[in-house]
Each structure stands twice: as structure tokens, then as C-alpha cells.
Design a protein around this ligand. Sequence first.
Ligand SMILES: [Zn+2]
Length: 309
Amino acid sequence: MTMSMKLQVVVVVLLAATAGSARAASRLNVITATEDLASLAREVGGDSVSVDSIAKGYQDPHFVEPKPSFLLKLQKADLLAVVGLQLEIGWLPPLITQSRNARIQAGASGYLDLSQSCQILEIPTGQITRAMGDVHPLGNPHYWLDPENGRRIAKAFADKFSDMLPARAAYFQQRYADFDGRLAKAEKGWDAQMAPYRGRKIITYHRSWPNFCQHFGLVVVDYIEPRPGIPPSPGHTLDVINTMKRENIKLVMVEPYFDLRAPNSIARAVDGDVAVLLPSVGGVEQVTDYFKLFDYDINLLISLFQKHK
Ligand SMILES: [Zn+2]
């Protein structure tokens, strides 16, 4: 046996020991990249998991400023759940490496990429260039905004938790079934509320809403960002105003973390409104879970659709 083979054996034995201790624990320590994933993990994890999110729902999930406290969270995690599709590429990978936690490295059993369980839109075809924008190179990462994807995320958590804590598998699957039932009921209500507004046209700042709009039948005609991650230019702002006038669009939806100057000037020019629509749980204080997120956004949208009949 060579020295490097011996080292490999030692590493494998150490990794197995770490994994074993996590499996023996009665409660899983789950860290999620975003508050949306945290909310869904809590739905199925109940009292058998503790869940904490790194990014806050009022932050742009593409650009989160790393803090030392994030490292502490990652060092203790049994499971790290990420949105994936490079949403977190600007801030999370170095933290994962620095945590030196073998359980949560990409590809390890304690690393869960939820994009692999969901329907993903806007997957680029052909050659990808930087000119297309910087932040959505593998498809749209804001996929949790369709309740069907929320259901798939919850199911992926239930299955992962069951693998990690087999003694509690029945509990996790029962909690998933309960969540699925409550989500189906809520969805029926949301679909009915939104039904009169199917086909309505809106402008959004960033491409955060394709899954949401596909589900509820809204049409995003243009974006204040000319390309994902690229701030608006005066020329593009003028194009958006002309499009809105031509198509009689009155609503500009802005995520909570963008500068309101361009959206406000656009809305003024078309006699319309700017609305801060929340892409994430925690976007405002009272939106504390996945259900309240849809309640909030749908109520806000409907109030504006009614104002601009
Ligand atoms: Zn994005």
C-alpha cells in the first residue's frame, strides 16, 4: 500500500465516522441557503429538525454579503440545502469550503440541491455568452415561486430527512402528506382569486417570476433590467416606457432589494404603479412562511389589478 492509498483509507474512515455520528443524532441540524427552503424544510421536518437560513428574504439571493456567523452555521450542519442553478455562486461556495465540514461539501450526502427536483424554466439553448447577462446561466433559479415546485421541494426534504434519520421516516412522510394537503387547499384558493386576472400584462425588475407567472397565467412583457443582473440604462428605460404605453401596461413589480428610482420614473411616465412584490419568505416581517408568501403577493397583485381595470 502506498502512502497516498493509506491516506485515502484514513480519510474514508474519518468521513464514515462523521456520517455515522450525524445519523445517530436524534435531531438533524439543517441549514438552508434561503428562507423559502427553510420554511419548506420546517413544514416536513417538524420537531425532528432544527432549521436555519443563511440569506434573509429581503436580500438579493444572488448577492449576499458573507458574515462569520454563516461559517459557524455551516460548521455544525448535518445538511445544507441550496437553490442551485448558480443562484448562490457569488457567496456560498467559499463558505462551504471554509467550513471544512465534509458532510455538506457539494456531492456529499449532506448537500441537497433542490433545483434537481423542480421544474426549471428559461434553460438556455445553444451557446451561452456573458452578453446574455450574468446570473441565470443554467436556467431560472427563482423556481420556488410555483406552488407545484414548493410541493416538490417539500417531498425532496421528506425523502432526504428519511434517509438521514430512518427511525423517523414515517413521521417525515406523514408531515409531507399533511403539507401536501394544506398546499392543495391553499392553491385552490389562490387559483380562484387569480382566475379573473389571467392574461394580465406586467413589467418586472428582475426575472424572478417566470414560474409564478406560468402558474397564475400572468404575462411579463419586459424587464427593467435589460438582462439578468445588469442594471437599467436610460435607453432601455425608455424602451420599457414605450412598450408599456403601446400595450397599456400599468404595473411595475420590483423585488425589495432594488433601487426604486428607475421603476418610479417608468411608472410616472405611464401613469401606473410600482409594487414591491416579494420573491421570498421573510421579504417583510409578517411573511413568515411559504403560505403567507403567496397570500401576500396575490393580495397585492389583485389590489393593483383592480385599481387599473
Ligand atoms: Zn435571478
